[in-house]
Design a protein around this ligand. Structure first.
Ligand code: HEM
Length: 490
């Protein structure tokens, strides 16, 4: 039995390995790409090497330094081409050819959660939906209207933080990840579903699902590294199968909300109405609601926490932010941050960009080529290539960011930014299929961080090097960051 299994794996590996060689024979323009473990069982060695998820991101940075702007590695059966030069990345990401915009097999692990919304869809479906969602959710006018939700929700967050700080009589550093995640989920669900998600959960006498989403992320990553779990009959027997089913509660709320008959006065559920007017089907509305909820909640929650962490590690930068904030807040009515006030929080914004450079919440993204892509005169990537972009490989390249491990927000002054290659910053991806929520996320993160920093001096007992970052669907931490929040007298 074991012998047959090994033989089958060997046979398939051989076929795939040889297929590459045959392909290269015909594609003379494709020069031989180098990379780690470049031999027949290399893919399995890579799997073992990358098994320790806590080291995966570092390993990829190491490989990019060793093998240069483009290299390949295998993950089990699959060959992944890694691009590490802004010029080449631009060739890929700025291509508006639909056949260069698709997502590869690895994204299939997200299908149970996302069905086929923006993050996963391809071709004309993606193009049409992207236009509709962009028009209704992320136009400048709509973005302006979100400041009310951001302000209200961050005021609620401050109340919850205040209770937690009061109950922390020993003044120990404490995690705040649960509070940040619920708050971010409330923001995004108000925008998509018209109400905070806990409203639907409480109506069903159920707890909020932040913890389940966290487990779902871990499940998704596990399936990538244990691909046999993608086979339903095997997955059904796994103990985490039930957890995945529970995590799919998010689906149920979204489906119920999107399929409930309109109540006439349901003015807060504009997402559904707007997409309906643009001809998106009821199933399509569910898909896009799920895509925005999933893509938009954990990323922003992590971004805010990482920003607070870096400012806690660098009190001198925190002081500059606070000075800036005190000036801006001095001119506000009731602490309501308007869009023009947000624009004046320039230094805080620079700190956020620098944070996302060192710790991008989406550390890796990929494309699948459905037609060849010419990267330069002697390198054409063939059809079916899976191309990976490891964001930190660019963000930690001293050519673009000297002393890359240091936190230097000034790198993001307008002057410095204009000197850098536009594809040397990839926290939100770039080009045709970049993050559709980029501006929304920046507004939300700056506003929430400003409100917290205005009220508290933030410090931490953790060190950056002690935190283990796991490349789940978005970056997770093995254990949460601990913060000390010292109330300020305003
Ligand atoms: C710190 C916050 C965020 C970061 C770092 C981030 C990063 C990214 C990245 C790197 C991608 C490209 C993924 C890929 O190509 O596979 C992406 C796509 C996407 N993001 Fe974000 N994101 C953030 C916040 C948000 C928010 C708040 C929303 C929604 C309100 C959102 C919605 C989306 C969607 C729908 C896509 C798919 C776009 C498409 O394929 O057309 N993101 N994001």
């Amino acid at each position: 039995m074991i012998f047959s299994a090994i033989s089958v794996i060997f046979f398939f590996t051989l076929c795939i390995h040889q297929r590459d060689k045959v392909w290269r024979f015909f594609q003379r323009k494709t020069k031989r790409l180098t990379g780690p473990n470049d031999h027949i069982f290399g893919g399995y060695i890579t799997l073992v090497k990358l098994w320790d998820l806590g080291k995966l991101l570092e390993t990829l940075v190491e490989w990019s330094r060793k093998y240069g702007p483009v290299f390949q590695f295998k993950l089990g059966f699959y060959r992944i081409i890694s691009l590490n030069s802004p010029e080449m990345i631009q060739k890929l990401l700025s291509s508006s050819n639909s056949s260069h915009l698709s997502k590869p097999f690895i994204y299939d692990v997200l299908k149970p959660f996302l069905i086929d919304g923006l993050l996963l869809s391809r071709g004309d479906k993606w193009r049409y939906r992207r236009k509709a969602v962009n028009k209704h959710l992320f136009s400048y006018g709509t973005l302006l209207s979100y400041t009310k939700i951001f302000n209200e929700e961050s005021d609620n967050l401050l109340k919850i933080l205040e209770e937690r700080v009061k109950s922390n009589t020993d003044k120990n550093a404490m995690p705040i990840d649960d509070i940040m995640s619920s708050s971010s989920l409330n923001v995004i669900s108000q925008i998509v579903l018209g109400k905070p998600l806990h409203f639907f959960a409480e109506a069903n006498n159920e707890n909020i699902i932040v913890d389940l989403v966290r487990k779902a992320k871990a499940i998704v990553t596990m399936k990538i590294f244990k691909p046999w779990l993608m086979f339903y009959p095997i997955w059904r027997l796994h103990p985490l199968y039930q957890t995945e089913k529970e995590a799919l509660k998010l689906h149920r709320y979204v489906v119920e909300r999107c399929t409930a008959p309109s109540e006439g006065n349901d003015e807060d559920f504009l997402f559904k109405k707007d997409l309906e007017t643009d001809g998106v089907s009821p199933d399509g509305i569910i898909e896009e609601a799920l895509a925005i909820l999933v893509a938009g909640y954990e990323t922003a929650a992590s971004g805010i926490q990482f920003l607070l962490f870096f400012l806690a590690l660098h009190p001198n930068h925190q002081d500059i932010c606070r000075k800036e904030m005190d000036e801006v807040f001095g001119e506000l009515e009731n602490g309501f941050i308007t869009i023009s006030a947000l624009k004046n929080l320039k230094y805080l914004e620079m700190c956020l960009y620098e944070t996302l450079r060192i710790l991008p919440p989406v550390p890796i993204f990929m494309r699948k080529l459905e037609t060849p892509l010419e990267l330069d005169s002697n390198l054409t990537l063939p059809t079916n290539s899976v191309v990976g972009i490891h964001v930190q490989a660019i963000h930690k390249n001293p050519k673009y960011y000297p002393n890359p491990e240091q936190f230097i927000p000034e790198r993001f002054s307008e002057e410095e930014r204009s000197r850098r290659h536009p594809y040397a910053y990839l926290a939100f991806s770039a080009g045709v299929r970049n993050c559709i929520g980029n501006k929304f996320a920046m507004m939300e993160m700056v506003l929430v961080a400003a409100k917290i920093l205005r009220r508290y001096v933030v410090s931490t007992t953790d060190k950056l090097e002690d935190i283990v970052f796991l490349p789940h669907m978005t970056i997770s931490m093995e254990s949460p960051i601990n913060f000390l929040l010292e109330p300020r007298t305003l």
